[in-house]
Design a binder for this molecule. Structure first.
Ligand code: 13P
Length: 255
């Protein structure tokens, strides 16, 4: 049985003060014994404050939205894995479609980041997903397979087991146009099949695959009830502590 993992990707939102207020409210809504892993992924500037707030929570962990693959040095504006570890970060979102399309990240770059994360004992949340044009051209499986094989190249089975995959169809991100449970389930099943081909079935059966793209309190339960959907990566709805807590609770009911 795969434990559900629900993550809040705040993107470029939330000041330090807003982070503090959010977590104060959110922690009143969720118990540590929910049986669900929860990850808060604030902007870099809020990681230290969020870490302070989450220090006593065993269910709610800290994640970062990106990192450099280089260890240190002359890389102005970049953040290393060691810097994240220093702030008690456990997860790092890598290869988000916004990084791929707006900041030119290729599968090769994402692969270097995934490897650097594992070297530093950070768990990557690797994002994959097709655009609308690719879906319309019946290229979903080809796109997912290319992204998975490229981004996960050279990982050991142990590292794959410590990796979370997030299926985020680009056309569903921030659009209010959520994938149907059937569309999402079909993509997740294909991702698991690809993981079995990359590693083996035993590994594929254990890797957690999140769905992301317009997840809201009113659609979370149905999505999380699909056999291969093991969690959610939530953008817009994760900015409201009540709404995000409802989505987390939707993960508990379907356990
Ligand atoms: P929305 O939930 O706002 O569609 O964003 C999804 C996302 O990109 C999470 O990483």
């Amino acid at each position: 049985m795969r434990k559900k993992i629900i993550a809040a990707n705040w993107k470029m939102n939330m000041t330090v003060g807003e982070t503090d207020a959010f977590l104060e409210n959110f922690l009143l809504e969720v118990n540590d014994d929910l049986g669900v892993d929860v990850v808060i992924v604030p902007p870099f500037t809020s990681l230290a404050k969020a870490g302070e707030r989450l220090a006593n929570s065993s269910a709610v962990k800290l994640g970062a939205q990106n990192m450099a693959f280089q260890k240190n040095g002359a890389f102005t504006g970049e953040i290393s894995a060691a810097m994240l570890r220093d702030l008690y970060v456990r997860y790092v979102v890598l290869g988000h479609s916004e990084r791929r399309t707006l900041f030119g990240e290729t599968d090769e770059i994402v692969n270097k980041k995934v490897k650097a994360a594992h070297e530093a004992s950070l768990k990557p949340i690797l994002c994959v997903g097709e655009t609308l044009a690719e879906r319309d051209a019946n290229r979903v499986e080809e796109v997912l397979e290319t992204q998975l094989r490229g981004s996960l190249a050279g990982l050991s089975s142990k590292e794959l087991l410590e990796t979370v995959i997030a299926y985020e169809p680009v056309w569903a991100i921030g659009t209010g146009r959520v994938a149907t449970p059937e569309q999402a389930q079909a993509a997740h099943a294909f991702i698991r099949k690809t993981l079995a081909a990359i590693a083996d079935q035993a590994v594929a059966d254990k890797v957690r695959i999140q769905y992301g793209g317009s997840v809201k309190p009113d659609n979370a339960k149905t999505l999380l009830g699909q056999p291969d959907i093991d969690g959610a990566l939530v953008g817009g709805a994760s900015l409201d502590p009540r709404a995000f807590a409802e989505i987390v609770k939707a993960g508990v009911v379907t356990e």
